[in-house]
Design a protein around this ligand. Structure first.
Ligand SMILES: [Zn+2]
Ligand SMILES: [Zn+2]
Length: 286
């Protein structure tokens, strides 16, 4: 693995118009160039075989891949562009990550859970998006208002995803806390911490990168990063590599909370960030 001594600016979590992002692939590349990024990775939401409003349609997946590769070629002298997907994991429902990897020749996969499955009924609880009422209603209807059962189902699904699908990067690992915002439970509760430790251990075991993602903060949906900065020192101790990803849905998102997130990572004792390169994973000093 190479380590760069010079700090470079990167982002590997970007959503364009092919999914729920708000601009074209090229508009993001241009914005990244304006902000002096040296590397930009796209991570459109992989097709999910159920009705949804956020993922790339399966018929458009090839167009998405082609568009990223075309921009990679067009801007190759100015910025390194990478082709990835943010793949959902729902047991028995979603496409295996390896199939996605092969069908598109991806550079990497971010594995994320946005829809939590109730094991008995198979019903899905959408825990993301701007609407807190959907979170509250799903917790009530699918888990009988038992927040601990609901949160446990989320973390179990994340853990199974890590072990079974082996994502390169784990996306917003504790997104489940976003709409809770310390209302039904505290992220310092012992039962919650135990669940968090389990998914971090699973990540460490397979050598997955855990991204640090400030989207909840800059969207005003929660006060903390994913994962909360209180977890970073333990992650460092566990040997987990971190990557700083804005989860940009708009070109303006690329730099949001960039410096504050980097500060939190440094304060936790990290001296390097994981980044993607033509040869796979690399580290850069920060
Ligand atoms: Zn996501
Ligand atoms: Zn995302």
């Amino acid at each position: 693995m190479t380590t760069f001594a010079v700090m470079i600016r990167t982002n590997f979590h970007t959503h364009s118009l092919f999914c729920d992002g708000k601009d074209t692939i090229e508009a993001f590349v241009k914005a990244a160039l304006e902000h002096d990024f040296q590397r930009l990775g796209f991570s459109g939401h992989a097709p999910v075989p159920i009705d949804n409003g956020f993922a790339i349609r399966s018929g458009s997946l090839q167009n998405y891949c082609d568009s990223v590769r075309q921009n990679q070629q067009k801007y190759k002298d100015q910025i390194e562009v990478f082709l990835g997907l943010e793949a959902d994991f729902i047991p028995g429902v979603t496409i295996p990550f390896n199939e996605l990897r092969e069908s598109c020749g991806l550079d990497y996969i971010i594995g994320s859970v946005h829809l939590v499955s109730n094991k008995e009924s198979g019903e899905l609880w959408f825990i993301d998006g701007p609407d807190r009422d959907i979170y509250d209603l799903g917790m009530k209807n699918l888990f009988g208002d038992d927040i601990r059962a609901a949160v446990s189902a989320y973390f179990e699904q994340v853990k199974t995803m890590i072990q079974q699908e082996r994502p390169d990067i784990v996306g917003h690992i504790d997104k489940i806390k976003m709409h809770n915002n310390e209302r039904f439970f505290s992220t310092s509760d012992k039962w919650y911490s135990d669940l968090m430790i389990e998914v971090l251990e699973a990540s460490a075991e397979i050598g997955a990168i855990v991204e640090v993602n400030p989207r909840g903060v800059y969207k005003g949906r929660c006060e903390e990063l994913f994962p909360g900065k209180e977890w970073l020192p333990l992650m460092k101790e566990m040997g987990i590599q971190v990557m700083l990803n804005s989860d940009a849905h708009h070109p303006d998102d690329l730099m949001k909370e960039y410096h504050s997130s980097l500060d939190a990572i440094r304060k936790a004792g990290y001296m390097k960030l994981a980044v993607w390169s033509k040869n796979g994973l690399e580290e850069v000093e920060i």
